[in-house]
Design a protein around this ligand. Structure first.
Ligand code: DGY
Length: 325
C-alpha cells in the first residue's frame, strides 16, 4: 500500500466498541444510517476508499467492481458468507476479499441446535398457544411432539459450523451423518462419530433431520431441490442457518403443506429480508430473522477479526482470512 493514510469506509453501523477501535486505528468513514447503502453510494464510497468494510446486505457485484475505480484494494467483510460479493470480479480488478469465518461458528451451531429442538418439540406453537389463551391445563394428549433422541441427523457441509452442530447433536443422542464436497480428516470424523455419505441423495433417503451448513455458491443453489426434498421421508424436517437460496423454498412449502415433510426451522429467508408468508403461516415451520450469529460475543469477535484482516493487509502482510473462490 502507499504511504498516504489508508481510507476505510464502513457500510453499516457496527457494535460501538468496534467503531471506536476502527476510528482509533484508521482514517475511517463510519456509516451513520443502519441500513444497506444504495449501489450508487457504494460505488461512490469505493472510488474514495482503499478499503470497504462490508456486510452481507451490500451487493458487491461485477458492476460494482467495474465502477469502483483503482483506489479500492480490499473488501473486508464483517461476516462469514460472501455470496453477496462477486469474487471473480474482485480478483480481476485486483481487490482482495476477506471474511470472518471462524469466530461465529459456535453461536451459529447453537441456533441450528435450537431449531433442531424447536421444530419437533413444537416450541413456538406452545408459546403461541399459551399467548392465545389456549392452555387449559396439562393434558396427557396435548401438544405432543417427537423426541430427537435416537434420530439420524444429516449435515450438509461439515465445516466449522457443521462440526459444531455435530458435537451438540451427539450430546442430544442423535447419530451424525454428513455429506460434503470433501470428506473430512478421519480423526475429526472419528471424534464426531460421523458417517460420511458421498451421495447426498442416499443420505437424504436415510436421515430424519437435515441441517444445512454449507455456504451458498453457484454449486449449492437449490441443492435441496424439489427432487431431493422428495427423497426425505414424511416425518423428516429441515433446518437452515446458512442461506435460503440453498433450498427450493416453494417446493419445501408445498411439501410441508401436503404433509410430505414434518416441518422446517429456518433462520434465513429468500430473498432476504422478504419473508415467505406461505412458510410463515405453517404451524410446523419456525422462522427467524437471520439471527444465528446475533450475540454480542460473536459480533464483537467478528469485528475484531475484520480489524485484524484490515490491519495485516494495510501493513503489507497476507490477511489471515483471504477468501479464495
Ligand atoms: C454470516 O456471517 O454470513 C452470517 O450469515 C451472518 O452473521
Amino acid at each position: 500500500m502507499t504511504d498516504t493514510p489508508c481510507k476505510i469506509t464502513v457500510t453499516r453501523r457496527l457494535p460501538a466498541e468496534i467503531e471506536l477501535r476502527l476510528a482509533d486505528l484508521f482514517d475511517v468513514t463510519l456509516c451513520q444510517d443502519d441500513r444497506p447503502m444504495s449501489p450508487e453510494d457504494l460505488i461512490a464510497a469505493a472510488r474514495d476508499s482503499d478499503v470497504i468494510a462490508s456486510t452481507l446486505g451490500d451487493r458487491l457485484n461485477a458492476e460494482f467492481f467495474a465502477s469502483a475505480g483503482d483506489r479500492l484494494k480490499l473488501v473486508a467483510n464483517f461476516g462469514a458468507g460472501v455470496d453477496h460479493i462477486d469474487l471473480k470480479a474482485a480478483i480481476s480488478h485486483g481487490v482482495t476479499v476477506t471474511n470472518t469465518p471462524s469466530v461465529l461458528a459456535e453461536d451459529a451451531a447453537d441456533m441450528a441446535m435450537a431449531l433442531i429442538l424447536a421444530v419437533p418439540r413444537r416450541l413456538v406453537e406452545g408459546v403461541k398457544a399459551l399467548e392465545a389463551g389456549k392452555f387449559t391445563g396439562w393434558s396427557p394428549t396435548w401438544m405432543l411432539g417427537h423426541s430427537v433422541r435416537g434420530k439420524k441427523l444429516g449435515i450438509i457441509g461439515l465445516g466449522r459450523v457443521g462440526q459444531a452442530v455435530a458435537r451438540r447433536a451427539r450430546a442430544f443422542g442423535l447419530s451424525v451423518h454428513y455429506h460434503s464436497r470433501n470428506r473430512i480428516n478421519p480423526h475429526v470424523e472419528n471424534e464426531l462419530e460421523a458417517t460420511y455419505w458421498e451421495s447426498l441423495d442416499q443420505m437424504l433417503a436415510r436421515v430424519d433431520i437435515v441441517s444445512v451448513n454449507c455456504p451458498h455458491t453457484p454449486a449449492t443453489y437449490h441443492l435441496l431441490s424439489a427432487r431431493r426434498l422428495k427423497l426425505l421421508h414424511p416425518d423428516a424436517f429441515v433446518v437452515n442457518v446458512s442461506r435460503s437460496e440453498i433450498i427450493d423454498e416453494a417446493a419445501l412449502a408445498e411439501m410441508i403443506e401436503k404433509g410430505q415433510l414434518a416441518g422446517a426451522g429456518l433462520d434465513v429467508t429468500n430473498p432476504s429480508p422478504t419473508v415467505s408468508r406461505r412458510l410463515m403461516r405453517l404451524p410446523n415451520v419456525v422462522m427467524l430473522p437471520h439471527m444465528a450469529s446475533a450475540t454480542r460475543e460473536s459480533r464483537l469477535d467478528m469485528g475484531e477479526r475484520m480489524l485484524i484482516n484490515i490491519k495485516m493487509f494495510i501493513d503489507g502482510h497476507k490477511p489471515p482470512d483471504r477468501v479464495i473462490p
